[in-house]
Write a protein that binds this ligand. Sequence first.
Ligand SMILES: *Cc1c(COP(=O)(O)O)cnc(C)c1O
Length: 406
Amino acid sequence: MRLHTRLVHAPACGDPFRAAATPVYQTATFALDGDTLAAPYDYSRSGNPTRATLEAQLAALEGGERAFAFASGLAALTAVLRLVPTGGEVVADDDLYGGTYRLLSHLAPRQGVRTRYTDACDLAAVARACAGRPRLILVESLTNPHLRAPDIAGLARVAHAHGAWLCVDNSARTPLRCRPLEHGADLVVHSATKYLGGHGDVTAGIVVTREPALAELIGGVQNGEGAVLAPFETFLLLRGLQTLAVRLRQQERSARAVASLLACRPEVERVFYPRTEDGAFAPGGGAVVSFTTGCLARTRRFLAALRLLSCAVSFGSVRSSACLPGAMSHASVPEGVRRRRGFAEDLVRLSIGIEDAADILDDLRQALAASATGSSSGVEAQPACARIGAGRHDAARSSHDPERRV
Ligand SMILES: *Cc1c(COP(=O)(O)O)cnc(C)c1O
């Protein structure tokens, strides 16, 4: 079966009535024949037919052997970090989701696991960071808000040469655009809260692997720590997955139109969206578009002026939204990393949904125009807005531009 078909047809879950939609087995426990634990299911933390159906579907979509569904993306990442023993080291990209930084920088050290941050797009730098013999290299297949895409096959070679596993957080690309296991990654993680669920109504996380030994370990953590995805949340995810291909296609089409609009607006300084070799905005580049205005006050006026887009964290939903990563989704990124990355405080991250593209573009146009007038707080806005227009030629950047991402 091809991927688009697999999305619609979840594996059969053994329901005796052959229900078309996967039933919600909303039960904590299962009756057993006597005192044996040999039944397929005994207790829902250890296994549940609804969850097993989703896990089998995601394993197939990512080209893995086994998948495990967790209560959130961070619970899934936590399970992966449990593979690193006390005293072990992680090498991580320095352009990660803010919550992942918080996990690596504040919580993992309490278990004796330290992280060295590096630029995952620079394989030589990653190899140097591996001097400490890390057990795990952790990257995102497409970072946000900066939309950088590391070379997964190259990273897998570096990881394996140093005896480490490569884990790729594939939340921002989905298995339709990138299958890291096929490029040598050992583990794939998803915040299924994003595109896989796709409707902004469920928090969920996934780990996929094709190595039986790793599956055994992750399964042990899932059952032993118990941060499993509940049956109803699993059902929502199974339902959301069915439309992933059509949602993503529509979202990407509109996101590209948004990137093109932003690139020629005078209120915008710089646009971040994946690009092709010749510098054009890439088809299949995802639904996240980021941009700077050169001025935090201008950015705040833009966010306040939006009518259709809500000001909200997260991405990948059918509803468009906008956020200020420096203060919202990436507030946990350490100061040093922000400086090194050039993380602009005025950076806006848009997540484009499936509304009519013309309505999205209209809303952005009016909010950009409102951001320039500074009617609410004109005084603070004046000096910092001197850089307006610096990004006007962004779309025409040459292919040698180091800022070109994909
Ligand atoms: C949102 C997100 C996470 C965390 O997932 P939750 O479901 O919010 O716990 C991890 N990685 C990336 C790339 C994310 O965008």
